[in-house]
Design a protein around this ligand. Structure first.
Ligand SMILES: [Zn+2]
Length: 314
């Protein structure tokens, strides 16, 4: 999809601002840490030395590879010591890493010369917001939909009352949105194995996730199809091992980040259905439950604060 100059410029400005914000945070954290834990500065100085020592490899001939490997191992060891020191002092291990909005492209919008997914998403959001400001589609919700504009008397040729027909359509749409929330709340949208899909409409699973990707796939699919039906018969039996320790059942560090992504995906779809930009309590409630679930294993308030910051930023 092509975008106008203004949209491209806005995306570049947002990316630049994300990048400089992340770098400012990193700088502030670095100052905080080197003041509170001075030994970190010593390890960092040693790290810088290994970087400079690489230059000596030129001219070493066949000995260069072994020399570089040795430096790499010293470098990895020092980085590990820094992480462990932070942890021992009550900080997250990655506290000194720059908290980029998109670690993949470090908020440049490009990865190895290709456009990063974050830039594509940003362009879509900007184009959508600009379009909404012109068309005011964001102001069209179920609440302010007025069927009084349609005449009640039946049309002479078709015998259909436009007002009655529009009322039926409106009710159908409201019910569809309610049904969607019910299915989501009960967890019926979480998995793909109890559904039949039309291959030509199916999108792709987000392979960067190992949790929530099925739900996002299903919601994306719902956005592509015109009809969906739910049947009560059990056609497939899914047997779950009680002691299962799969990626989706064990505790994970990125659970909250994934929950944020899933929550945004569900809310975006709900917005498309209803026009309402307020997050529905059902969707917010699910996220809060995920949040509390994730908090249970956090024993350090500091880690909790950093994770909250990250979620608010995204
Ligand atoms: Zn990116």
């Amino acid at each position: 999809m092509g975008y106008g100059k203004e949209t491209l410029l806005k995306a570049t400005q947002i990316l630049e601002s994300r990048r400089s914000k992340a770098q400012r945070i990193q700088l502030a954290r670095h100052m905080e840490i080197t003041e509170k834990i001075p030994e970190i500065a010593t390890y960092e100085a040693k790290l810088a030395e290994t970087g400079l020592a690489v230059v000596k490899a030129f001219g070493m001939g066949k000995d260069a590879q072994a020399y570089i490997e040795k430096l790499a191992s010293i470098n990895a060891e020092l980085q590990n010591i820094i992480r462990q020191t932070l942890k021992a002092n009550g900080y997250p291990e990655n506290y000194l890493e720059t908290p980029y909005h998109c670690p993949k492209c470090e908020d440049t919008g490009f990865c190895s010369g290709y456009i990063c997914d974050c830039r594509t998403e940003l362009l879509k959001t900007i184009a959508k917001t600009d379009l909404a400001s012109v068309s005011q589609s964001a102001n069209c919700t179920f609440e302010n939909f007025n069927i009084d504009y349609y005449p009640l008397p039946a049309d002479e040729s078709t015998g259909v009352s436009a007002k009655k027909r529009m009322n039926e359509i409106l009710e159908y749409c409201k019910n569809y949105a309610e049904d969607f929330l019910k299915l989501y709340q009960e967890g019926f949208l979480n998995m793909p194995w109890n559904k039949l899909f039309r291959k030509e409409l199916a999108g792709r699973f987000d392979t960067s996730l190992s949790l929530g990707e099925d739900l996002l796939f299903n919601i994306d699919y719902l956005g592509r199809c015109r009809h969906a039906a739910v049947i009560s018969d059990a056609l497939i039996h899914y047997i779950q091992e009680e002691k299962g320790n799969t990626l989706s059942t064990k505790k994970r560090d990125d659970k909250l980040e994934i929950a944020t992504k899933v929550c945004n995906g569900v809310q975006n779809y709900y917005e498309k259905l209803t026009g309402s930009q307020r997050m529905h309590p059902v969707i917010a409630g699910k996220f809060v439950m995920e949040f509390f679930d994730d908090c249970e294993r956090l024993d350090k308030a500091h880690e909790l604060r950093t994770r909250l910051e990250k979620c608010v930023q995204s």
